[in-house]
Ligand binder design. Structure first.
Ligand code: MLT
Length: 388
């Protein structure tokens, strides 16, 4: 950002109503997504940091450096000290209609956290740290209350963010070790994806009106809830279940039939990426280790080969490669989280931390501490006769 007069993007009529695709809007310090190499956290390709401690990854996004051992210990202790959730939040959650989607519960839950403990002076970092620390309890309660697994299990935050989450989930018939291994990686991989993904952009724009962190994250989770964004992981798993085979030729025939009937191939393509999403690559590999014999995992592997082959035949498809959703649900169901309705909430549990880091940058750090101005973009008038 050396020359403030540098032209970054020429806007033509054709760019209008394209969802701001490719428009530079601001700057971002937490992560970037390159079309060919995918996600980077503060410069580190995600392939280099996918297996760090979840807390260390959050620290990286907040502080722009990986923590030293001492810094990590202190950061974990700070999260532990903030983890307690008011019983009023859990009691209110217990009254919500079970018909509501878990993401609707999460949106309510975030606002309940705000109603029961927000900072006195709209301190984004303070509130953000509290959300990061308390969300595992909130999300575990959403699972247990909706699924009828019993009352929420007491939090033991000193176990670690994800270890405590798995303990509080108390998933019946799951192998806690495998679940922990997977959810630690899942959490790190879903934290952040550049500045312009819908949920992050929404959260930052709501915060630009000086709404507090909780309301801003609630809004961003409403963005994540949409099937074109975070809920794609749920739809993708249901789509894979529909394939019904892991025989590669049959999988290819299925893909061809779906395309012939103008139906979507879930889990392939991305607005920015033009190669396989490294978040998918990492999970395909992890899957070999934790669920290599799972039939759905084999279907996902067959899709990775044959869907790409078929999609590549169409020159209009700009990215025929798998994205993060092509495989994440497969691993979750293999380790005991069979109900795909919850996959977006797990995505949200992680993404909220990345959004916290970006909101803190926009509100507290950018423009020498002045913060980004209230979002107010320009819309071009269309079909509005002059009635002055
Ligand atoms: C994400 O992780 O936010 C999704 O891949 C969508 C996006 O980057 O736009």
């Amino acid at each position: 950002m050396s020359d403030s007069n540098e032209v970054l993007f020429e806007i033509t009529q054709a760019h209008l109503n394209t969802g701001l695709r490719g428009f530079p809007v601001g700057t971002v310090r937490t992560s970037f997504v390159s079309p060919d190499k995918g996600l980077h956290y503060v410069g580190y390709p995600v392939s280099k940091v996918w297996n760090v401690d979840p807390e260390a990854a959050v620290y990286l996004l907040l502080n722009k450096e990986l923590p030293t051992d001492e810094q990590l210990v202190a950061f974990k202790a700070e999260l532990v000290s903030r983890a307690q959730v008011s019983p009023a939040v859990l009691n209110t959650l217990a009254q919500l209609p079970k018909e509501g989607h878990p993401m609707e519960w999460l949106i309510v839950g975030l606002n309940l956290l705000g109603m029961t403990g927000k900072s006195a002076n709209n301190d984004y970092l303070e509130d953000g740290m509290n959300v990061i620390a308390k969300l595992p309890t909130l999300v575990a309660a959403i699972f247990r209350l909706r699924e009828g697994w019993g009352a929420p299990i007491a939090s033991q935050p000193e176990l670690g963010l994800i270890e405590n989450f798995v303990n509080m989930l108390g998933v019946p018939d799951a192998d806690p070790e495998k679940l922990t291994k997977l959810l630690r990686v899942f959490y790190v991989l879903h934290l952040d994806h550049g500045g312009g993904n819908l949920s992050t952009f929404t959260g930052k724009s709501v915060a630009s009106g000086l709404a507090d962190m909780y309301a801003s994250l609630g809004a961003s989770m409403a963005g994540l809830y949409g099937p074109r964004h975070g809920r794609a992981n749920q739809d993708c798993l249901n789509f894979l279940r529909k394939v019904g085979t892991n025989n590669k030729d049959e999988v290819e025939a299925f893909v061809r039939n779906e395309l012939a009937n103008k139906r979507l191939i879930f889990g392939f393509g991305h607005a920015v990426l033009r190669s396989e999403d490294p978040r998918a690559t990492i999970q395909y590999k992890l899957g070999e280790e934790i669920c290599g014999d799972d039939p759905l995992y084999k279907t996902a592997i067959a899709m990775r080969e044959r869907a790409v082959k078929v999609l590549k035949e169409n020159p209009k498809v700009s990215n025929p490669y798998p994205n993060v959703d092509a495989i994440s649900g497969t691993l979750l169901q293999a380790v005991g989280l069979a109900n795909s309705d919850y996959y977006t909430v797990l995505f949200g549990l992680s993404r909220c931390s990345g959004i916290v880091a970006q909101i803190v940058d926009e509100r507290v750090n950018f423009r020498n501490g002045k913060g980004v101005a209230i979002y107010r973009c320009k819309y071009i008038t269309e079909n509005q006769p002059n009635r002055d």
